[in-house]
Design a protein around this ligand. Structure first.
Ligand code: MGD
Ligand code: MGD
Ligand code: MO
Length: 681
């Protein structure tokens, strides 16, 4: 039955690994209430000194809390007062002076409702955390195949005989994918990993559900390639060049189903090998080895994560992966294709149901005709765009459904200053995070909500394989938090009044929201009667098992790229800011990084040759500086597993150092593309 499948059963019905992170997240939601007492008993100046770990462990939020500028403390307020204050602030604000940020944990229903409210209120400044995450995948894939998500289903990956895992750390961040990779290996398939750091779980992984693997581990990577940070585009281009030189391309596929192939093949011929090796940091021999594995394989899946998207050339990276897939006809048929490995549990669904600045034409038209309204046509701002407009004093009200907008930003000092210029900031959260301490407006209101598995009504979410699931929800663990749907409908009803074309009271019933989604979101028609049918479904038009793509002429598009220079000189180190085992984004559950064997977070992982070359020693405390900011008292951790010239620090603490430089096409910050220097202290 549908309701069982909130996450433990996959699309093919088999039971999945219970990932440790779900357990940690559940344990976090199970926490004692305590966050409100914590806010009442700690002055803002004290809260600002607390770590993400300390704030998260303060417990669950149970009461609406208010902070007013000039005060030292947050104070408790009643729900009525909180909702009234928010609705007054909204009515006093001109719609385009507001922004609406969504994280990716909320349900499709809550996401759809809140974006609809924001548009009827009058703005398109609606965006989600994907602008800091997979936006480059969405933009890159849409430019290549006309659809922005995975082209495959889980069954395809299980039948692959070669999987490329590029720029990700799935043992820690996507443990369920590891079970699939183990299956691929059991079928004599191969795995190629591309990562500047050797992530131990990608060399050998202990699959919890398999006793043999749990004891001895399962070898994963057949080939582990370590480019420099930012070197993937050059490396991928090199693999394509090698395939061309081997004559291993699928000319029929390129000619029949792709646009731009001829020009691209000429472009590959013209790029010299030494440019490729210099700009990637990967030798010609290794690139040819990758090409040779690729040429031998019949069913190939390319998956990637933030090592690909968090760059100023993130979209180009994704296009280069798509080019490589097209080159050997690994698109538009079963058991082969492209798989961006997703971030938040429902970030894809949130995007599908309209949480984007620009609505797809079909959604826009359907909403206007179904609701008999006119929606705003102004150009909405992306996430960093909202932060920058706020900093310029152009926006005065922010509304955040989940997440930690402050903590997920590059350039944290800027982020705090920007948010402090708002008149009103509303946070809808389950637990405390650094945003509640540093991201403060004239009036900051925190509303406590139920986690998705505590919802009284079933809600839906979308998997990275474009599959819509229905989750049962479950019993609430605390008195006090309300459901996101309740909170949104209350605020919308109070603000837009009885004139509103939407009956917000009726929208408190999730089936009514689903009925509206079914009528307005293409591919989601079956959601309208999922309450009766209980039948979860695959969204149409996204999985490509035939070479007919969603582009205007049905062909896939190949893109040519200039290869970006590797960043930095010998005095600088290329910095990637990444997650550890034991955190979920800005929420830190454990300070220890079990996989990398690092016991604390105020560290910089650096190749011992760099430590020596720069005149430092292991465990020395240094100041790390970038043009954006600096962090003192950072301990050097000699780490053989990172490619020399590159360093690793933990997100979100290291965001002080990350500049606001973005990929011009996707507006994703280069969270993996900072340059830093070390200084003795
Ligand atoms: N446990 C846990 N699970 C999570 C999350 C979490 O915080 N904790 N977050 C969720 C979210 S929102 C997301 S988006 C995903 C993130 O999943 P990942 O993308 O796996 O997360 P990151 O820690 O950002 O890891 C990036 C990986 O890319 C590598 N890398 C960095 N720069 C480059 C580069 O230039 N090229 C290449 N090839 N590799 C590079 C790093 O060494 C690291 O292994 O995980 C999701 N799952
Ligand atoms: N330097 C650097 N910066 C990065 C990244 C990086 O790799 N490096 N990664 C980027 C990426 S990929 C992402 S996705 C963003 C993450 O950006 P966000 O999604 O904004 O941040 P999270 O840390 O996931 O949000 C955590 C908060 O969500 C709330 N929460 C949890 N569950 C629920 C729920 O069910 N409902 C509600 N309403 N709230 C809930 C909790 O209060 C918690 O404090 O950060 C980005 N920033
Ligand atoms: Mo993400």
């Amino acid at each position: 039955m549908g309701g069982q499948s909130g996450g433990m059963v996959n699309e093919t019905g088999r039971s999945l690994e219970m990932c440790k992170k779900s357990v940690q997240a559940m344990a976090a939601d199970l926490q004692e209430a305590g966050a409100c007492e914590h806010l009442e008993s700690h002055a803002i100046s004290q809260l600002k000194k607390q770590t993400p770990y300390q704030l998260e462990h303060a417990g669950r939020l149970t009461h609406p809390m208010l902070y007013e500028k000039g005060r030292d403390f947050y104070r408790r307020i009643e729900w009525d007062e909180a909702l009234e204050r928010i609705s007054i602030a909204l009515r006093e604000t001109s719609a385009n002076d507001s922004f609406w940020y969504f994280s990716g944990r909320s349900s499709n229903e809550a996401g759809f409702l809140l974006q609809l409210f924001a548009r009827l209120y009058g703005t398109n400044n609606v965006n989600n955390c994907s602008y800091y995450c997979h936006q480059a995948s969405g933009v890159g894939l849409s430019s290549a195949i006309g659809s922005g998500t995975a082209t495959v289903v889980l069954d395809d990956v299980e039948h692959a005989d070669l999987v490329f895992v590029i720029g990700g750390n799935p043992p820690s961040n996507h443990p369920r994918l590891m079970t699939t990779l183990m299956q691929v290996k059991n079928n004599n398939g191969k795995v190629v990993v591309v990562n500047p750091a050797v992530e131990i779980g990608l060399v050998n992984f202990k699959v919890p559900s398999n006793p043999f693997s749990l004891l001895f581990g399962t070898p994963i990577a057949d080939l582990y390639v370590q480019p420099h940070i930012g070197g993937d585009l050059a490396m991928l281009t090199g693999v394509a060049k090698a395939i061309k030189e081997m004559g291993a391309e699928d000319s029929v596929f390129l000619q029949s189903y792709c646009d731009g192939a001829e020009q691209w093949l000429d472009h590959l011929d013209a790029i010299p090998w030494d440019e490729i090796t210099m700009k990637s940091g990967v030798s010609e021999g290794e690139i040819r080895e990758m090409a040779s594995l690729y040429a031998k394989a019949k069913n190939v899946i390319f998956c990637w994560t933030m090592g690909i998207t968090h760059h100023t050339h993130g979209v180009q990276n994704v296009q280069a992966i798509a080019n490589l897939a097209m080159m050997r006809g690994m698109l538009g048929r079963p058991h082969a294709g492209l798989l961006p490995v997703r971030g938040h549990s429902n970030v894809q669904g949130i995007g599908s149901v309209g949480v984007t600045p620009k609505l797809k034409d079909a959604i826009f038209n359907a909403l206007e005709s179904e609701l008999n309204v006119e929606l705003p046509t102004t150009e909405g701002l992306d996430t960093l765009g909202c932060m920058e407009a706020t900093d310029r004093g152009e926006l005065s009200l922010g509304f955040c459904l989940g997440g930690n907008l402050y903590g997920s930003n590059p350039d944290l000092e800027f982020a705090a200053t920007s948010l402090s210029k708002l008149k009103t900031l509303v946070y809808i959260n389950t637990t405390l995070n650094t945003g509640h301490a540093h991201g403060l407006a004239d009036q900051t209101i925190i509303l406590p909500v139920l986690a998705r598995d505590e919802e009284a009504q079933p809600t839906t979410q979308e998997s990275m394989f474009n599959f819509v699931r229905l989750s049962d929800g479950g019993p609430r663990r605390h008195d006090g938090p309300r459901s996101e749907i309740d909170v949104i409908t209350d605020i919308a009803g109070k603000t837009l009044g009885t004139e509103s074309p939407v009956n917000w009271q009726a929208m408190k019933e999730a089936p009514n929201i689903r009925s509206a989604i079914g009528k307005t979101i293409p591919g989601f028609e079956k959601i309208a009667d999922i309450d009766e049918t209980k039948s979860e479904f695959q969204i149409g038009g996204r999985t490509f098992h035939t070479p007919q793509f969603s582009t205007p002429n049905g062909k896939a598009q190949i893109h040519c790229h200039e290869l970006p220079e590797l960043k930095g000189d010998e005095t600088q180190l290329r910095l990637m800011t990444v997650r550890s085992e034991g955190q979920f984004n800005t929420v830190v559950y454990e300070e220890t990084d079990i996989y990398r064997g690092i016991e604390r977070r105020d560290v910089i992982l650096i190749n011992p040759t760099d430590t020596k070359r720069l005149g430092y020693r292991h465990d020395q405390k240094v100041t790390v500086k970038s043009p954006t900011g600096e962090l003192q008292d950072i301990r050097i951790r000699n780490y053989d597993d990172i490619r020399a010239g590159n360093v690793l620090m933990y997100f979100p603490e290291a965001n002080v150092l990350v500049p606001r430089t973005t990929d011009p096409q996707s507006r994703t910050p280069a969270f993996k593309g900072a340059l830093v220097t070390l200084h003795a202290q």
